[in-house]
Design a protein around this ligand. Structure first.
Ligand code: ADP
Length: 306
């Protein structure tokens, strides 16, 4: 049955080194990337929307036009007077990438300031996606507004998907980071962490430890991504199942591996209802994405969902 997917977070302006001193402008952000891939794979009678806040300057207009051009809806994106989108720059030096960010006053920080707006958008959707980065950019009252709406959605039986996407530099301190990520997971029905991050920041000894920690928080479904090593699925009370990663001959750019996996998994699972085949499809998608440059790989380079 067709439904609506809503992804909530921050899309930023991306500046990437082009020839010489020239910079190429793009737009990306974990939750937007996931929406982009979900839009590609979900049937046309589904709608996929992004919820964030932007300013009313030209770059905000351009970002909205770009989001619309991908087929992702912008009707839940609020305009905030006097703010602008966050921005980051990718530096390439000797094949190594490093990043600089200008996002401390980005418009997206206000995405949960209007609780009625947030509630209406969430109530209109069957699947809601957010991440640890969504939480990291918000002030404590806004985190509570967002999480209370998501808890309500979960209690109403909606699919609430959370990727912890742990980025310590976005948080003031590690205890707050762990507590807020944990609160985010409690509000979700499907958590999709990357094992590396969980081991580093929660001290999980193995994938089984990550699964049991999230299950103990009342999360019904957990998908633990572990790069080339594969994914482990723990759905409902069933025993965990392992699904291998797809073979990759040459990695070109790992940006968006996890985001594209999430978008493909959510779309496939929504349509077919089977976690194993969704994970195989998502692994194939992520493998294609990391063999191309950039976060948003064009639709014609991806195998469609059958
Ligand atoms: P993140 O990008 O969020 O850190 P991972 O590194 O775990 O997430 O990668 C997400 C998914 O991308 C994996 O589950 C896997 O399907 C795919 N992937 C990542 N790295 C590789 C690789 N080297 N070979 C094949 N697949 C990979």
């Amino acid at each position: 049955m067709a439904d609506r997917l809503l992804s909530i977070g921050e899309c930023m302006v991306e500046l990437m080194q082009a020839e010489g001193d020239l910079l190429r402008k793009g737009y990306a952000g974990d939750t937007f990337n996931t929406a982009y891939y979900a839009r590609i794979f979900l049937p046309q009678d589904w709608s996929v929307d992004y919820l964030t806040a932007v300013g009313n300057d030209t770059v905000s207009d351009d970002m909205l036009a770009f989001i619309e051009s991908t087929g992702v809806g912008t009707s839940h994106i609020r305009r905030v007077e006097g703010r602008s989108p966050g921005l980051y720059m990718i530096h390439l030096k000797d094949g190594e990438r490093s990043f600089s960010y200008w996002r401390s006053v980005s418009a997206a920080k206000t995405l949960a300031d209007d609780a009625d707006h947030l509630r209406a958008a969430i109530e209109a959707s069957g699947i809601i996606v957010f991440s640890g980065i969504t939480l990291a950019i918000l002030a404590p009252p806004a985190i509570e507004t967002l999480l209370s709406e998501l808890r309500r959605a979960k209690a109403a039986g909606k699919t609430v998907v959370f990727d912890p996407n742990i980025r310590p530099r976005l948080w003031d301190d590690k205890a707050t980071m762990r507590d807020t990520i944990t609160a985010g997971a409690r509000a979700a029905s499907l958590v999709m962490p990357s094992f590396d991050d969980e081991a580093t920041h929660f001290g999980d000894a193995d994938v089984a430890a990550t699964i049991s920690r999230y299950r103990s928080l009342g999360v019904d479904n957990v998908v633990v991504k572990d790069g080339a090593a594969g994914v482990t699925l723990a759905f409902g009370n069933a025993a965990p199942e392992f699904v291998e990663s797809a073979k990759v001959d040459r990695i070109v750019d790992t940006t968006s591996a996890g985001d594209s996996f999430n978008g493909a998994f959510i779309a496939h699972h929504a349509v077919n209802g089977d976690a194993q085949s969704a994970a195989r499809f998502a692994a194939a998608t992520a493998a294609t994405v990391i063999q191309h440059h950039g976060a948003l790989v064009a639709k014609d380079k991806l195998e469609p969902l059958q």
